[in-house]
Design a protein around this ligand. Structure first.
Ligand code: PLP
Length: 350
């Protein structure tokens, strides 16, 4: 009844989305602010009649909008149903065990090994430095691999690798190895390396509207890279689902990009709340890794991560805990509104 493939599948475990109780939700890196008010105006008067038709399969207008936002040609842009789908297509198109394993950080986005299992791709985890930052040299020391992927800033650490680090990597690896930089959290203080895709044709940058544009529910993700890479992603898409982005989401994405003032305001507030929370926890004897994301990764000496997670949950605050050796004492805290962060700090222990 079931395929062998299916029987061997290990799915990703998403953060809890409890429906039974009201929690302060600081566990899935969602944005605490609503999307741009211009999106509400659009939805209030949306032409429902249009839902009768299939959407534009290649999201032309949205790709044009992303292109003008970043000053690149739409031929260098691919859009998908959330960056998770875009990433999945990347694993399918660019990584192949026949040429070696794909490399990613020892502690990173836990969907990467899931895609590997799905597509039967071997992988190797590259250790982080002692301070949990990513070592480009550790990647350069490897001699056989079929690709490289990491989030920048990394998740769940929140630590950014600077542009010089990424350039050093690109300059020193073979041109036929695709490097994917997953910039899901780049808008919270980092600087995108999208401009480097013009110089390095094996570099692909993936972004999402879920975090900084507060649109996790609309599922809009995209990739930027050389036309050959983009063509490959289009081919994979058309072998799977020609219409990954629905009509409403394509328009919502365009509107979100155009409202720069709102975007600047909410990202600045999250950065401010992050710095405020980090300082308050440090004052209470926590170790907080330096974050450039909309979350922080923190631990408190003498307390197990799982225990902190449980005790906060009892108090109505959800955070994320990863039971992985080396980071088991940390909890990942999404940055919410200031009042939510105050409640967290109050229960964080002195
Ligand atoms: C590092 C990283 N990449 C990609 C994603 C996927 O985001 P989405 O599918 O909502 O675009 C996430 C989501 O949490 C993430 O943490």
């Amino acid at each position: 009844m079931f395929s062998q493939r299916y029987k061997e599948l290990t799915p990703y475990t998403p953060g809890e989305q409890p429906q039974n109780r009201e929690y302060i939700k600081l566990n899935t890196n969602e944005n605490p602010f609503p999307p741009s008010p211009k999106i509400k105006e659009f939805l209030d008067s949306a032409d429902i009649e249009k839902l009768r038709l299939y959407p534009d399969p290649s999201s032309t207008r949205l790709r044009d909008a992303i292109g003008s936002y970043y000053g690149i040609s739409p031929a260098h842009i691919f859009t998908g149903n959330g960056s998770d789908e875009v990433l999945s297509f990347c694993f399918y198109a660019f990584f192949d065990s026949a040429y070696g394993p794909v490399l990613f950080p020892e502690h990173t986005y836990s969907f990467y090994p899931v895609y590997c299992s799905y597509y039967d791709i071997s992988y190797e985890k590259v250790p982080l430095r002692k301070d949990f930052s990513l070592s480009v040299d550790a990647y350069l020391a490897k001699d056989r691999y079929s690709g490289i992927i990491f989030p920048n800033p990394n998740a769940p650490t929140g630590i950014l690798t600077d542009k010089q680090g990424i350039e050093k990597l690109m300059k020193n690896i073979p041109e036929n190895i695709v490097v994917i930089i997953d910039e899901a959290y780049i808008d919270f203080g980092g600087k995108t390396v999208i401009p480097l895709t013009e110089k390095y044709h094996n570099l692909l940058v993936v972004q999402t509207f879920s975090k900084s544009r507060s649109l996790a529910g609309a599922r809009i993700g995209f990739a930027v890279g050389n036309t050959e890479l983009i063509k490959a992603l289009m081919t994979v898409k058309d072998a799977f689902n020609s219409y990954p982005l629905d009509i409403l989401s394509q328009s919502i994405g365009e509107i979100a990009l155009a409202d720069r003032d709102y975007f600047n305001m909410i990202t600045a507030r999250i950065i401010e709340n992050r710095e405020y929370t980090s300082l308050a926890l440090k004052k209470r004897d926590w170790e907080v890794l330096p974050s450039t994301a909309n979350f922080i990764f923190a631990r408190k000496k003498g307390r197990a991560g799982k225990e902190i997670y449980r005790s906060l949950k009892e108090k109505g605050i959800l955070v994320r805990h990863f039971d992985h050796p080396g980071i088991e004492d940390f909890i990942r805290i999404t940055i919410g509104k200031k009042s939510d962060m105050d409640t967290l700090i109050e229960h964080a222990g002195g």
